[in-house]
Ligand binder design. Structure first.
Ligand SMILES: Cc1cc2nc3c(=O)[nH]c(=O)nc-3n(C[C@H](O)[C@H](O)[C@H](O)COP(=O)(O)O)c2cc1C
Length: 139
């Protein structure tokens, strides 16, 4: 059984809702899934997982949250190797530029990004279906 981690930061719950849906998609597809807050994840835990979904909303000015999420991600990104990776998160007033920048960063680091996913505010029906779909890609 494939082991998947869904690692996220969420200030007001929108990205957390996406994390739970991504996890549900992976579980339905047969994976063993752990949902972990960014502050509770680190490089040592990465060894247990074959695939990781990272969730972080647009913060700052089209940036990743820099107190808990970014320090964890900076530590873990160079160690991901060939693991399947999904990037996801919620945004509000812009058009998702933070995710484009994040995806560019991940690809420059050589990650195996199988998909990315954004949702405006709380995931609507369409975003819910997308979360379930990309979760299944990790299984
Ligand atoms: C401090 C702060 C900075 C934000 N920066 C952006 C931004 O640059 N672009 C954007 O589209 N939304 C921005 N937002 C909106 C959030 O990304 C949006 O409310 C999102 O749904 C929050 O997700 P969460 O509930 O998982 O925390 C910002 C919100 C806050 C509180």
């Amino acid at each position: 059984m494939s082991k998947v981690a869904v690692v996220f930061w969420s200030g007001t719950g929108n990205t957390e809702a996406m994390a739970d849906l991504v996890a549900q998609g992976a579980k339905t597809a047969g994976a063993s899934v752990s949902v972990v807050q960014a502050a509770d994840f680190d490089a040592d835990q990465l060894e247990k997982y074959e695939a990781v979904a990272f969730g972080c909303p647009a913060m700052g000015d089209e940036e990743l949250e820099d107190t808990e999420f970014l320090p964890m991600y900076d530590e873990v990104e160079p160690l991901l190797g060939a693991r399947k990776v999904v990037l996801f998160g919620s945004y509000d007033w812009n058009d998702g530029e933070w995710m484009e920048l994040w995806e560019q960063r991940a690809e420059a680091a050589g990650l195996n990004v199988v998909d990315t996913l954004i949702a405006k505010d709380y995931p609507d029906d369409e975003a819910t279906a997308e979360c379930l779909r990309v979760g299944a890609l990790l299984a």
